[in-house]
Design a binder for this molecule. Structure first.
Ligand SMILES: [Zn+2]
Length: 323
């Protein structure tokens, strides 16, 4: 489709209530979508937001609340939807990673990548940070702790499936160099490029054994594993906007996204994993990824794990939606 505009926000992780960082990204996307509807006609604009609902933190939060994860996420999704209603957010579709269409798309992606041998089974040994849901190598640890959050890590050995990020590193570096507006602002683009130039990408572990985590999408070729939550979540941008045909070709009137808005803390996933996943699937990359800064409280990033969040509902009540 010519002259369309497809804009996305990240899908928000529903292990806790929204804070104004979430609202900031979503309001920015909303302003752009409204502007583009005025310019191109409402039928030519697709504004996607939604919720990321799998993974360990959600399994734990549900356990703590004494309910099953599906009921827990159903409740949390309502909190987000009510907030967007209150803030008058004009999204065209709200994707949930627990909805059938998304689950089917993720399983299809895995089958296609396995067929291409972009996914393989191997022994994994590493250090795992549960709050961050991230594996680290011994080299990456900071004084034996998680380099992101500083909390203790656990040593884990298990069989897992891996996605061949390494196969596409040269392609990605070349693509970013040839397309100066692909990652913006410029300092974020430079950050990704220098990371790619200084590091050799290691393949991404994209499964978790069910004995450790069962709240996720089962791998179609291994019922003992669920999909790693980030690999699952990124696929929302295509699962909500199209589908694969019988020949494994992705069809969408909206894709490629014209603009993917993110916070700078999720740059690695969006500027490295995501374009490589698309490339492996023979799908065009998004036209632009824009990473904005963080909301700060004093000197720290606002985040639920630091317990310093400002509630957007309280802000809206105090100042009004259009302040
Ligand atoms: Zn951590």
């Amino acid at each position: 489709m010519k002259d369309k505009f497809y804009v996305t926000t990240p899908i928000y992780y529903v292990n806790a209530r929204p804070h104004i960082g979430h609202s900031y990204t979503t309001i920015a996307a909303d302003c752009l979508a409204r502007h583009m509807r005025a310019l191109k006609g409402a039928e030519n604009v697709f504004f996607l937001t939604g919720t990321d609902e799998h993974g360990q933190k959600i399994q734990k939060a549900a356990q703590a609340a004494g309910i099953n994860p599906q009921d827990f996420t159903d409740k949390m999704v309502l909190v987000y939807k009510e907030l967007w209603k209150k803030l008058d957010i004009s999204y065209d579709y709200f994707v949930r990673t627990t909805e059938e269409r998304h689950v089917d798309c993720v399983r299809r992606v895995l089958e296609i990548l396995l067929k291409k041998e972009d996914i393989y089974l191997a022994q994994y040994e590493g250090w795992y940070c549960t709050p961050c849901e991230t594996f680290w190598t011994g080299m990456q640890l900071k004084e034996g702790n998680c380099p992101d959050c500083g909390r203790p890590v656990e040593k884990i050995t298990e069989s897992n499936y891996f996605f061949r990020l390494s196969r596409y590193q040269d392609w990605l570096t070349g693509y970013i160099k040839d397309n100066p507006d692909f990652i913006l602002p410029q300092n974020r683009r430079n950050e990704v490029l220098s990371f790619l130039e200084l590091n050799k990408l290691t393949d991404l572990c994209i499964s978790r054994p069910k004995e450790r985590l069962n709240w996720g999408i089962s791998l179609p070729f291994s019922p003992d594993h669920v999909v790693y939550v980030w690999f699952d979540a990124l696929i929302n941008y295509i699962s909500a906007a199209g589908a694969f045909d019988a020949q494994d070709v992705y069809r969408s009137k909206w894709w490629p996204a014209d603009l993917q808005l993110i916070g700078k803390d999720i740059l690695r996933q969006h500027a490295i994993y995501w374009p490589i996943m698309l490339r492996a699937l023979n799908i065009e990359p998004p036209k632009r990824i824009f990473a904005h800064g963080w909301w700060m409280v004093g000197q720290s990033k606002m985040s639920k794990s630091r317990g310093n969040v400002v509630s957007p509902l309280e802000m809206a009540d105090a100042f009004g939606v259009y302040a």
